[in-house]
Design a protein around this ligand. Structure first.
Ligand code: RB5
Length: 143
């Protein structure tokens, strides 16, 4: 898959690790920054990732900040984005099975690298269940 990744300064280190992991897993990674721990505004990073997901020029996005909260709030403003803030294996799996999440958000200050790796591996591998869950995510357009 084509995966675009981005982080603010609070997620920079985890984003570097995640970029390597996603590449190792055989995906094509676009890294839109940031490229250091210098302070940046997370909505600017979310916009660069979500414009690509929204337009369908990439398959999925991964956004990382200190908590994952700001990134998920910003990402879910885009009509075609279903961003999920995941903290563990279960939320990663369910965000795919039930919600067909196309943007994964994580908080570098919340989870460690081992949990983050488990989340990313799970989130990239698990398929959407469809069925009744498809009808539910289609209702997002009425929200
Ligand atoms: C930056 O200090 C921090 O606010 C940001 O990374 C994120 O946690 C916001 O939700």
């Amino acid at each position: 898959m084509k995966i675009v990744i981005g982080a603010d300064h609070g997620g920079f280190h985890l984003k570097e690790m995640v970029g390597l992991l996603v590449t190792e897993l055989g995906h094509e990674v676009q890294d839109i920054g940031c490229y250091s721990t210098a302070s940046v505004d997370y909505p600017d990073i979310a916009r660069l990732v979500c414009e690509k997901v929204d337009a369908g020029t990439v398959d999925r996005g991964i956004l990382i900040c200190g908590t994952g909260l700001g990134m998920s709030m910003a990402a879910n403003r885009y009509a075609q984005v279903r961003a999920a803030l995941c903290h563990d294996h279960y939320t990663a799996r369910m965000s795919r099975e039930h919600n067909n999440a196309n943007v994964l958000c994580m908080g570098e200050r919340v989870i460690g690298p081992g949990v983050a790796e488990d989340i990313v591996r799970t989130w990239l591998a698990v398929e959407f269940s469809g069925g009744r869950h498809l009808g539910r995510i289609e209702l997002f357009s009425k929200c």
